[in-house]
Design a protein around this ligand. Structure first.
Ligand SMILES: O=C(O)C1=C[C@@H](OP(=O)(O)O)[C@@H](O)[C@H](O)C1
Ligand SMILES: C=C(OP(=O)(O)O)C(=O)O
Length: 434
């Protein structure tokens, strides 16, 4: 792919997108299937960078699997026990939080001498709250460069016990501990510091997937968790990964701005992903949403500004920031409680502010929120993507105004959605085609 992509003004969108599999589900299911008793056939697995890092890591850890040529089907021969590797090994995990964090926990059980590392941004994404929690359970972990950040070296040692975890910065720490703890030699009792869990629906996602693999966890409204040790995950035999709800947001938003009707297939009301909540936000903004069996549709309508806590949909809330440019009467949209955007693929609060201003929007960036007012006139800007797939994908929607938009380093979408631009083109009618 080129170093940039120019998207010409899109006058109308209509059609159906078959969503790629969910990143969050794909990487959880791969990890649990690898440690399960039995063979798991995974359908609709996402093929993207984040999932490839998990697959390569599992292969290096001697997990056997068959991957179909299109990489959307994977047959995993479960170990029936925790991942185990007893000599030196380095796993490179790119910038995949859903590989780095869960593998840190999984390999803290009884593997030894394992280094987990990634790209330079991964080395700026904190992991200290997970490491602190694992150490309370007996794990020995060493920071190799900067305290609190990858790369880290694991020496096993986790047994279980009483653990207090800080879950304010990333829910992935708690998810990782939850997925590993059943395999430990003793029970684990987790309490959540200050009772705050950021991005909470991802914990519910973790618990639901664990249940499919035979392990149920008791919790007190996400304040305390009791996990029985010495358990074994059991393969469900087959698992079909839902379409990615965050990836759906770009197309549903396109429908809301310039539909036609845009249908996304592979998810519906019964989805286990929290980002399905984006459709409810769209509805609240005025778009017409239709919930079908295995699909969601969105149609254009007048859009209105909203003022909302977005902590439950951290990823698709970036798409809401773009929708905010298309609301009626130039009213201001406020996205609240999004402080942990600062430790994701880039500092997303600052990156969104910079790029939204380039297209002409009025933006007030606070520590924990963004206030966005539509531009008087859209500018045909060149968007810096900061190696952040979601910046590239959500800013593509600026082409639904009356200007073209240039997206730098479009390949960054490979993190979760390699053929995003092709899919967007598929539902688009460009102004020049009329
Ligand atoms: O558990 C997961 O699969 C994820 C949790 C969220 O991260 P945080 O919990 O760090 O907000 C989300 O942003 C990320 O894309 C995937
Ligand atoms: C935050 C994200 O990724 P990660 O799983 O690496 O945290 C994301 O996909 O928006």
């Amino acid at each position: 792919m080129e170093k940039k992509i120019v998207i010409k003004p899109i006058s109308y969108v209509n059609g159906t997108i078959n969503l790629p599999g969910s990143k969050s589900i794909s990487n959880r299911v791969l990890l649990l299937a690898a440690q399960s008793d039995g063979i798991t056939c995974i359908n609709n697995l996402l093929d993207s960078d984040d999932v490839r890092y998990m697959l390569i890591a599992l292969q290096k850890l001697n997990v056997n699997y068959f991957l179909s040529p299109d990489r959307n089907f994977c047959k995993i021969y479960g170990l029936g026990k925790p991942l185990y590797y007893n000599s030196s090994l380095t796993l490179f995990l790119g910038n995949a939080g859903t590989a780095m964090r869960p593998l840190t926990a999984a390999l803290s059980l009884n593997s030894k001498d394992i280094i987990l590392t990634g790209i330079s941004r991964m080395k700026e994404r904190p992991i200290n709250h997970l490491v602190d929690a694992l150490r309370q359970g007996g794990a020995k972990i060493q920071y190799l460069e900067k305290n609190g950040y990858p790369p880290i070296k694991l020496f096993g040692g986790y047994e279980g016990g009483i653990i207090n975890i800080n879950s304010k910065i990333s829910s992935q720490f708690l998810s990782s501990l939850l997925m590993m703890a059943p395999l430990a030699s003793k029970d684990t009792y987790i309490s959540i510091r200050d009772d705050i869990v950021v991005s909470k629906p991802y914990i519910s996602l973790t618990l639901k997937i664990m249940k499919v693999f035979g392990i149920e966890i008791y919790h007190d409204h996400y304040k305390t968790f009791h996990i029985k040790g010495k358990s074994v995950y059991k393969s469900p035999g087959e698992y079909t990964v839902e379409g990615d709800a965050s990836s759906a947001s770009y197309f549903l938003a396109a429908g809301a701005i310039k539909g036609g009707t845009v249908r996304v297939t592979g998810i519906d009301r019964s989805s286990i992903q929290g980002d399905i909540g984006f459709s409810k936000v769209l509805q609240k903004m005025g778009a017409k949403i239709y919930w079908g069996n295995n699909y969601i549709e969105c149609k254009k309508n007048n859009l209105y500004a909203i003022d909302m806590d977005m902590n439950h949909i951290p990823d698709s809330a970036m798409t809401v920031a773009i929708l905010a440019l298309f609301v009626d009467k130039k009213k201001t949209t406020i996205l609240r409680n999004i402080y942990n955007w600062r430790v994701k693929e880039t500092d997303r609060l600052s990156a969104m502010t910079n790029e939204l201003r380039k297209v002409g929007a009025y933006v007030l960036e606070k520590e924990n929120s963004l206030e966005i007012t539509p531009p008087d006139k859209f500018n045909p800007a060149i968007i810096n993507t900061y190696d952040d797939h979601r910046i590239a994908m959500c800013f593509s929607l600026i082409a639904l105004s009356n200007v073209s938009i240039t997206i730098l380093n479009p390949k960054c979408t490979y993190k979760t959605f390699p053929n995003f631009f092709k899919q967007l083109k598929k539902i688009s009618i460009f102004s020049q085609d009329l």
